[in-house]
Unconditional design. Structure first.
Ligand code: RIB
Length: 317
């Protein structure tokens, strides 16, 4: 089941962020100047890159994490988590001067909506040398998945190196920050959410027609596959002349933080097995639907068995 049609399951790399998430839940999100008494606090592993890598790993992918940590207690949260999950740590980078990044996450316990501030710290200091150090890893991988939480010049160099080795680049354009046309021209697949799609393309995505318009923006720059996550509407996919919106699984969300990461990680895992993009997106929708039913980010990523059982259960309905 885990084997790619006609051959071996391919390898993947996630190049991106690890931060420690400091998460508080409260009856409503504070407005500027307001102090709100919270009901729950949790500190734990997070960062879009790390969440996505854990999601892909738990979904069955052979995936390696490249991220940059400080030599501090928060960095140990990453290494302890990787030990617990049996993930390879050989490609972790360390800063001798900067701290491990953090994110402050506020979750509204009634609506499950969130607000996040991320402070990248060490993640802003990935050097050319450190990027070069990933060359062997990229040459062995079919996919590398990036986000926009590290210094963008490092992402730009990774894209060039990946291209040299025919490693396909997937960019989850989160959180929104400006990206160049040149960067996009070497990207195989983008996975913005609806807000990022609007910010990058200028198109308000709300239905198939507007999604097609936004997808054309990316395709004109050279991107082959466009996936736009649309929250409660599901996910849009466009490849060659074919496009569709794949409906989501309907579940009761308690915390939507990290849902996009669960989606991207499961998507990556499905692609390394050779699933076509429409099947992969259905699998990713299931990953996201499971993650929103649990609190937290990295800890809410489902494993393979949970995803498969969930899909079987949903198909009976
Ligand atoms: O996507 C959720 C993640 O975004 C959190 O884990 C937080 O660290 C921020 O990077």
């Amino acid at each position: 089941k885990f084997i790619k049609k006609g051959g071996k399951m391919s390898k993947a790399v996630v190049f991106g962020s690890f931060v420690v998430d400091l998460m508080a839940r409260s009856p409503h999100l504070p407005v500027p100047g307001e102090t709100v008494k919270g009901s729950y606090f949790k500190m734990g592993p997070g960062g879009k890159g790390f969440n996505q890598c854990v999601a892909a790993h738990k979904a069955g992918a052979e995936v390696t994490m490249v991220t940059k940590l400080g030599r501090d207690a928060f960095g140990k949260v990453a290494t302890d988590t990787m030990d617990r999950l049996n993930m390879p740590k050989d490609n972790l980078l360390f800063s001798d001067t900067e701290d491990t990044g953090i994110a402050l996450i506020l979750v509204d316990e009634n609506t499950a909506q969130n607000e996040i501030i991320i402070v990248p710290c060490a993640l802003n200091t990935i050097t050319d040398e450190e990027v070069k150090g990933t060359e062997k890893l990229l040459s062995d991988a079919e996919y590398v998945l990036l986000q926009l939480e590290v210094n963008q010049d490092a992402n730009e160099k990774i894209v060039k190196l990946a291209k040299k080795h025919n490693c396909k680049v997937i960019v989850n354009t989160a959180p929104y920050s400006p990206i160049s046309e040149e960067f996009l021209s070497d990207v195989y697949m983008v996975t913005p959410n609806e807000v990022e799609a609007r910010e990058i393309t200028g198109v308000e995505v709300k239905d198939l027609e507007s999604c097609n318009k936004a997808a054309n923006f990316f395709k004109e720059k050279g991107v082959e596959i466009v996936v736009i996550t649309l929250g409660e509407m599901g996910a849009y996919v466009s490849v060659k002349e074919k496009s569709a919106i794949i409906s989501p699984y309907k579940v009761k969300a308690v915390d939507t933080t990290g849902a996009g990461d669960a989606f991207n990680g499961a998507l990556l895992a499905a692609l390394t097995e050779g699933k076509d993009i429409f099947e992969a997106v259905k699998f990713a929708n299931a990953g996201a639907a499971l993650s929103v039913q649990k609190y937290g980010t990295t800890p809410s990523m489902p494993d393979r068995r949970e995803i498969e059982d969930f899909i079987l259960e949903q198909n009976k309905k």
